[in-house]
Ligand binder design. Structure first.
Ligand code: IVH
Length: 681
């Protein structure tokens, strides 16, 4: 669209315009500059100026047009906005019916389709153009004498809604394009209006923030946005449009491809791109023969999750326009194109049961059992439904028809239920009042969405805690695994974490599936875990709110795990990323006798509890002296000051006591200073 020298000139002019007094004589030049930046931003996704700079130029144009209304043109960049409310959408009959495409789902379908194309054309091999199948809402645009005169929805394929004002809000759709230079007087272009993943997520967040239900997918959001009657709102949604098909071209009085002599579909897409349209020029691929099509589709499907926007398949088109004409169409769809649908990511199913699972922190999670369905190539039979509020929000009842979704590697979700399909036999989901495993009464702590079993000895929690301890991110005891933990627990060999290190090997050796080799491997893995770094052990202990990162922070701040016994909540809050809630949880953990007993047991069993990276300095300048920091230091974080003391052989105490040599007082020091002063007296 803009070659290198045009780009340079326009950017040069942009700088000049940003620094000068713009007046009426500059109006066309200013519009060209604005169109150029719209193109860079909306079509190429590669802006050259900031939004603020664009706004300065845009406002300058608005001002000139306000003073000279006669100079306003239909394709001025200002004409995208300010149209206001649309009363009703007039119905428009399409110039050419907007047919849909035949669908294919596997290689056989494509081989079949190719065979027919070859038979009808008499060719041995056909050239195809492959494009993404954009998952949005289809539109038709008509340009006459270079100006966008109409935008229409697909409607029923014959008659659609006139949504011209809304299409003008879509910044990747040019308000005018230089078709006349190519001998084209009137042209109809088809494409797909989309909301990219990022804008969709942002839009859904804003809906939720306003207390509204989020939309299920970007396609619904795009389709809905096109029919909004407030153009300002349409503009806010940040829609974009991919244009992938030219359905009609008129030259001077006759159907033509103008003087450009375009003979292929791919060159049409290139022409559109060169005129400033967002056509899939970069995304398309031209190949010969159906096998190359199949190969490309398989490769592209892998990229699906890396794209900024949603696609639900690929579209394969016969590239030669004459051959397209020759193949013609059936009453439903063209014979020269076919859609290949990727594996569906949404599916409908039935909610047939609900199970309540108890996690290692006692949280009770409802898990929906559904009639198994295939989504995104995986059979799904159960889905976590998080908590009681979630069940209420989604209005789920046993026996309901439900819509489920699975995107890429994402865990399957229930999108919605269909209350309108209820027959009266559905049952409300009742949340248990007692733990489904140990029967202890459940509690729902304030400000939490989950119900918890608070019985620390609840067998479900114990098993989950051991599973967590041996897991890959914690102590990484390779050949242990969830199944062995459960098995050993049920057999009574493994009731606590320390018992991992005292398993009765003679009894295990007698079990089926435990040959000599697997026993040796397991023993070696358990033995190796004793030397895991302290952060893994801390993470493995499963302290509430202590994830892998916090575990690293904690490990880096002590020389021995039991040093935490001397830390107050205040001390802990000084650590990076440790807030009130986390500090309280760590403090509680290290002030629980059972936990201390467990840690000491682990040490006796040979686990290393020292922070090996943090060597004790035995003869530094501060050796033999003790320090305590209080208040905010001016130049250092408290943790940095403490580290300096330790690096020089000093020791940090957690409270004022007779053993304290120095109290380092920062700003806003509190009770420790008071206590120390009183001590002196
Ligand atoms: S070509 C006459 N190309 O898929 C042929 N359609 O199920 C016009 N779609 O109605 C369609 N991406 O809304 C074509 N690259 C693409 C497409 C595409 C998405 C949509 C379009 C069409 C539907 C067919």
């Amino acid at each position: 669209m803009y070659n290198e020298s045009q780009t340079k000139t326009l950017q040069h002019q942009t700088v000049e315009y940003l620094n000068k007094q713009i007046n009426v004589a500059d109006i066309e030049q200013l519009r060209d500059i604005l169109r150029f930046h719209e193109y860079r931003y909306y079509v190429q996704n590669n802006p050259l100026i900031s939004d603020a700079e664009y706004d300065i130029l845009y406002k300058a144009l608005e001002k000139i047009e306000k003073g000279n209304p006669k100079l306003i043109t239909a394709n001025s960049p200002t004409q995208r906005v300010g149209i206001g409310l649309i009363k009703d959408f007039p119905k428009i009959e399409h110039l050419v019916p907007m047919l849909s495409l035949e669908n294919s789902y596997n290689a056989d379908d494509l081989l079949d389709w190719d065979r027919k194309a070859r038979e009808l054309s008499g060719l041995d091999i056909v050239e195809y153009c492959i494009e993404p199948k954009f998952d949005g809402a289809s539109i038709s645009l008509i340009y006459e004498d270079d100006i966008l005169v109409r935008g229409t929805t697909r409607g029923d394929g014959v008659v659609g809604d006139d949504i011209t004002p809304n299409t003008k809000q879509i910044k990747s759709i040019p308000l005018s394009a230089n078709f006349s230079e190519l001998g084209i007087k009137q042209i109809e272009i088809r494409g797909e209006v989309m909301l990219n993943k990022k804008n969709f997520a942002a839009y859904n967040e804003s809906l939720i923030a306003e207390g509204n239900a989020p939309l299920a997918n970007p396609r619904n959001a795009a389709a809905g946005s096109l029919r909004i009657k407030d153009t300002a709102e349409v503009s806010r949604r940040k829609l974009e449009a991919f244009l992938y098909h030219v359905s009609y071209i008129m030259g001077n009085g006759q159907k033509t491809t103008g003087n450009v002599q375009l003979s292929t579909h791919s060159s049409m897409l290139e022409m559109l791109w060169s005129l400033g349209f967002k056509s899939p020029k970069k995304e398309m691929l031209v190949v010969k023969g159906i096998q190359a099509v199949i190969n490309h589709i398989n490769e592209f499907e892998q990229l699906r999750d890396t794209l900024d926007y949603e696609i639900d398949g690929m579209v394969i088109k016969v590239n030669d326009l004459k051959l397209q004409d020759q193949l013609g169409m059936t009453s439903h769809h063209p014979r020269w194109a076919i859609a290949y649908k990727f594996k569906a990511r949404q599916a409908t199913s039935k909610l047939i049961g609900i199970e309540f699972q108890v996690g290692r922190t006692g949280a009770v999670t409802p898990v929906a059992k559904i009639e198994p369905v295939s989504v995104g190539g995986v059979t799904v039979g159960s889905i976590s439904v998080h908590n009681e509020d979630y069940i209420t929000d989604k209005d789920l009842q046993l026996g309901d028809s439900i819509l489920i979704e699975r995107s890429g590697d994402v865990i399957p979700q229930i999108v919605k239920s269909f209350p309108e399909l209820r027959t009266g036999t559905e049952q409300k989901i009742v949340f248990p009042t007692n733990c489904p495993v140990c029967n202890h009464a459940l509690v729902k702590p304030d400000e939490e969405a989950v119900w918890r079993c608070v019985n620390i000895n609840c067998s479900a929690q114990v098993v989950e805690r051991i599973i967590h301890f041996v897991s890959k991110d914690a102590m990484d005891i390779r050949s242990f695994g969830e199944a062995n933990v459960r098995k050993f627990y049920e057999m009574g060999f493994l009731k606590t974490i320390p018992e991992i290190y005292t398993l009765p090997w003679d009894k295990l050796a007698a079990l089926e599936g435990f040959g000599e080799k697997s026993i040796i491997n397991l023993q070696a893995a358990i033995e190796a875990s004793k030397r895991q770094p302290l952060n893994r052990l801390i993470y493995g202990l499963g302290i509430r709110y202590v994830g892998e990162t916090t575990a690293k922070t904690l490990a880096n701040n002590v020389t021995h795990l039991l040093d935490f016994v001397n830390n107050s909540e205040e001390d802990l809050k000084q650590l990076e990323d440790v807030g009130v809630k986390v500090a309280k949880s760590i403090y509680t953990f290290f002030h629980d006798d059972e936990n201390i007993k467990l840690i000491k047991q682990l040490e006796e069993l040979g686990l290393q509890l020292n922070n090996e990276k943090k060597e004790l300095v035995r003869d530094g300048n501060l050796t033999g002296l003790t320090f305590l920091f209080t208040g905010t230091l001016n130049k250092l974080k408290r943790s940095e000051g403490e580290a300096m003391v330790e690096q020089n052989g000093g020791k940090i105490l957690s409270g004022v006591s007779s053993k304290l040599s120095y109290l380092v007082v920062g700003e806003d020091a509190g009770s420790k200073l008071e206590k120390a002063k009183n001590w002196e007296q």
